[in-house]
Write a protein that binds this ligand. Structure first.
Ligand code: SF4
Length: 220
């Protein structure tokens, strides 16, 4: 094991000790629900994502049929607490219609196809970029991909586990080489926890950060 892999492993072990090993309890792993929630979460704080998703699931069953047939104004109303809610309402309705038409009302192909084919198919849907596709693939089908959201990107670069100017796919591939695939979900969730609580975008709290002794940016 080289120095970089050893440090990456120590970071993960320290985060597990500090935050505990996270589990998915929020909405389960049904792919269409995960997709809807991930689209809502784009550029939106977690607390508002949760409220918007709860509002939406209070009004509708989260299925392609129901969202494709819903009034856009009703979807907007449910999503109002999330950022860009008008745009997201339009996207959700279009995504639902396309899942209905193109994929016979189901995202179950994510279980059957290989990672790259399933990823490409998900990314053919409106509003679905690489991060959203990777979240659905990892959370719902346990595919070996490590989604890089804004927290994962920032934390990885400050910890020097990924190059500073790396693109989405370079960060993802770099982290995937550092960690075994069975840890991808844990890495994703714990880097988000670290980013939210300590490694904040504007004012990182180095002094009490649990991985400060492993971080080259701790003094900057
Ligand atoms: S020491 Fe600072 S820069 Fe490094 S991970 Fe912690 S908060 Fe982020």
């Amino acid at each position: 094991m080289n120095e970089e892999t050893r440090r990456a492993e120590q970071v993960l072990e320290t985060l597990k000790e500090h935050f505990g090993v996270p589990r998915l309890v929020d909405i389960g792993n049904e792919p269409f629900k995960v997709l809807v929630r991930t689209i809502i979460s784009q550029s939106t704080a977690e607390v508002n994502t949760r409220r918007a998703y709860q509002n939406l699931s209070g009004k509708f069953s989260i299925t392609p049929q129901e969202l494709a047939n819903a009034e856009i104004s009703e979807i907007e109303e449910a999503l109002r607490v999330a950022g860009l809610y008008r745009n997201k309402a339009k996207i959700l309705k279009r995504v639902a219609a396309q899942v209905l038409e193109k994929f016979n009302c189901s995202l179950s192909f994510i279980h059957d196809l290989n990672l790259e084919e399933a990823r490409a198919r998900l990314m053919s849907l409106p509003g679905v970029g690489p991060k959203t596709a990777d979240v659905v693939l990892l959370f719902s089908a346990q595919k070996p991909t490590l989604p890089v959201d804004t927290h994962v990107d920032r934390v990885s670069k400050r910890l020097n586990l990924a190059p500073r100017r790396a693109s989405y796919d370079v960060v993802r591939e770099t982290l995937q080489k550092l960690y075994p695939s069975e840890e991808y979900l844990t890495v994703h969730l714990l880097f988000i926890s670290l980013g939210r609580k300590y490694c904040k975008a504007l004012k990182p709290i180095h002094a009490v950060c649990p991985v400060r002794n492993l971080c080259p940016s701790a003094e900057t």
